[in-house]
Design a protein. Structure first.
Length: 635
């Protein structure tokens, strides 16, 4: 019985020891899984959620976080565009909250108004393009734009550049001005690339559109920078008592209030606002003709520059501000701002009483008046409580939120995949990185499986007197880091005119002392009698090497192939040093270039994509590789 108790206690101790070992193994595995899970989660991030440290992205379960990422993408991460469109003060995308409620009747009236707009592409732009603050994140609409261009030009970037008048080095670098005509410095272009962008805008759903609000621009981009973002300084200087900037009106015409309000309005219209939103009364045509007469002196000069055939200045009509371009737009802008005659010193400018603003804000209110009549009828129809139509703002925020609610699943998928799509887009369309990497890895594996086995076979088969000295020399090469030999190798390759070639990548690593040492040890384990019998049967040295030695060494050769593939695939510093021409860059230098101008999410996505090939190779040949690791050790 004591012996049985002793055996039982020993068995329990063994089981406890095994349990502890398993516990440590599981803990070690978790220490690897947790950082990898954080990296996977981080690969979906953008600026709005980059501080989040969760292994499962928060936007997958939290509607507020998902809404913030949507708004960030909608405005291409430009906070000033959000302030303009929603006419509200927001300090960051991270502090945006889901709207408390949505007035569906009001949103329906807004949607009906949008349907009445003619040539509406000039009144809005689209989001989900490229985010510059995260250094080139390619979102859904941008990827569609590039896809359309590639289909149109058959994937030929040179043909596209010739047709579009552009100079894009690759499809990854394609970009177009989003055309936001609010500030005076913005120019509306009609070049071929912009016209294709307008066609793209027409096909985008309201989920991706935001319309321009001149009132939002006036308050958030004109008044606030002058009088601080708090209303107190504005009230003090203007002798008003507004509770917020939202209460500050932007009249259609010059206001009749304080002189400072009139100065703000006039300076905003004459200097800041884009001319497409400015209108002039027909009565101002006489002053406009005087301006042209003073600037060009005779009607022939006007006809030559404007490409017209007027007989006298009285034939000239008032231009339409919404359809100007070229020299006509330049003259019209000068006339609105004020042009001083260099000969007489007289200032020619559009009289203030003839100036007015024609924005979507005013058009929306006009539409409501025409549709509902009195403000009371409008309130009854939409369930609101406005005192006047001037209080009604375009409900873009509610409109976008309703679109968001019906598209949450598609938005989640976009946010999960867009960083990966950006990285893959860069890898495929930017240079020849994938092609160069495939060629380099193939040649590296091929030469490693030829040169190293042949050298190891010679040392093992022929028992040379200096075998151990050679092995000692091969082992000594492992004592020097690769960085030590990079400069001498670079100089040798330069003298041989091999830089920026595949030879430069392959030759320095053609033979590897460590791999030869491993292979020799494996070959030494083969029975000598096997070679003697084969020689007696007439086998020459090549048959002994290829048909016998190599066939018996498949496990270790698989290990050698994996080592060669990993070394070539992960080669960065040396590949960048000897192949400085971007056309010869492999995947690692190319991804490094992307990471230098990328957001954290794209960096994580690039690391995961870069790790995938090595993982797949190991997974595909797992059994053979494990035998290649274990068998040589056992023998």
């Amino acid at each position: 019985m004591p012996i049985l108790h002793k055996v039982g206690r020993k068995h329990i101790r063994v089981r406890l020891l095994v349990a502890v070992l398993y516990a440590f193994a599981v803990a070690g595995g978790l220490t690897m899984i947790y950082p990898f899970a954080l990296m996977m989660s981080g690969s979906t991030k953008s600026a709005v959620d980059q501080k989040e440290m969760l292994i499962i992205p928060g936007f997958l379960s939290d509607e507020t976080l998902l809404y913030r990422k949507y708004i960030e993408g909608l405005f291409n991460e430009r906070l000033e565009m959000l302030r303009m469109a929603y006419d509200e003060e927001v300090s960051s995308f991270e502090k945006i909250d889901v709207p408390p409620e949505t007035n569906d009747a009001l949103v329906d009236s807004y949607r009906s108004f949008l349907e009445t707009l003619e040539d509406s592409t000039v009144f809005y732009t689209v989001g989900f393009l490229r985010i510059f603050t995260t250094r080139g994140l390619h979102m859904e609409v941008y990827r569609e734009f590039v896809r359309r261009l590639k289909e149109e030009f058959g994937g030929d970037i040179e043909k596209a550049n010739l047709e579009l008048g552009s100079t894009f080095p690759s499809w990854h670098a394609v970009w177009v001005d989003p055309q936001i005509p609010l500030e005076r410095i913005r120019k509306l272009s009609t070049d071929p690339l912009v016209m294709r962008y307008r066609a793209l805008k027409q096909d985008q759903p309201h989920l991706f559109r935001f319309y321009f609000s001149v009132e939002g621009m006036y308050r958030n981009m004109f008044l606030k920078p002058q009088y601080s973002r708090k209303i107190d300084l504005y009230n003090k200087s203007h002798e008003t008592s507004h509770t917020s900037y939202t209460d500050v009106p932007l009249p259609r015409r010059s206001p009749g209030g304080s002189s400072l309000e009139r100065k703000d309005w006039e300076r905003f219209v004459r200097e800041a606002l884009h001319v497409m939103w400015i209108r002039a009364d027909p009565e101002a045509v006489h002053a406009y003709r005087e301006f042209l007469h003073a600037k060009y002196l005779d009607i022939d000069s006007v006809n030559r520059i404007y490409d017209t055939d007027h007989t006298e200045f009285s034939d000239i009509s008032m231009p339409d501000s919404a359809a100007l371009d070229g020299i006509i737009e330049s003259d019209w802008t000068s006339y609105i701002r004020g042009w001083k005659d260099p000969d007489t010193g007289r200032l020619h400018s559009l009289p203030l009483e003839f100036l007015s603003i024609d924005s979507l804000d005013f058009r929306y209110r006009d539409y409501l008046r025409d549709t509902y009549g009195t403000i009371d009828q409008f309130n009854a129809a939409v369930g609101a409580g406005y005192s006047t139509y001037e209080q009604v703002r375009m409900p873009q925020k509610s409109h976008h939120y309703r679109e968001f609610l019906s598209s949450r699943n598609s938005l989640r998928w976009e946010f999960i995949t867009r960083n990966y799509a950006t990285v893959l887009h860069f890898m495929v369309l930017n240079g020849r990185a994938i092609y160069n990497t495939l060629i380099y890895c193939f040649l590296a594996v091929l030469t490693a499986l030829i040169v190293n086995p042949m050298a190891a076979y010679a040392l093992s088969r022929f028992q040379l007197p200096s075998t151990y000295k050679v092995l000692l020399f091969l082992m000594a090469t492992m004592a020097f880091p690769a960085m030590v030999t990079q400069i001498p190798v670079f100089l040798i390759l330069r003298n041989l005119n091999l830089l920026n070639t595949f030879w430069a990548l392959i030759l320095p690593g053609l033979a590897n002392g460590f791999l030869i040492f491993i292979l020799k040890g494996f070959f030494d384990s083969h029975p000598r009698e096997l070679y003697e019998c084969a020689a007696l049967d007439g086998a020459n040295e090549w048959v002994l090497f290829w048909r016998i030695t190599m066939n018996l060494s498949k496990p270790v050769l698989a290990f050698i192939a994996l080592m060669a593939f990993t070394a070539a695939y992960s080669n960065f510093m040396f590949a960048l040093l000897i192949c400085q021409d971007e056309r010869m860059w492999t995947l690692m230098p190319t991804l490094y270039q992307l990471q230098q101008r990328s957001h954290m999410g794209q960096t994580f996505a690039s690391l995961i994509i870069a790790a995938a090939p090595t993982f797949l190779v190991f997974l595909f040949a797992q059994n053979i590789i494990m035998r290649g690791i274990v068998v040589p050790v056992e023998k």
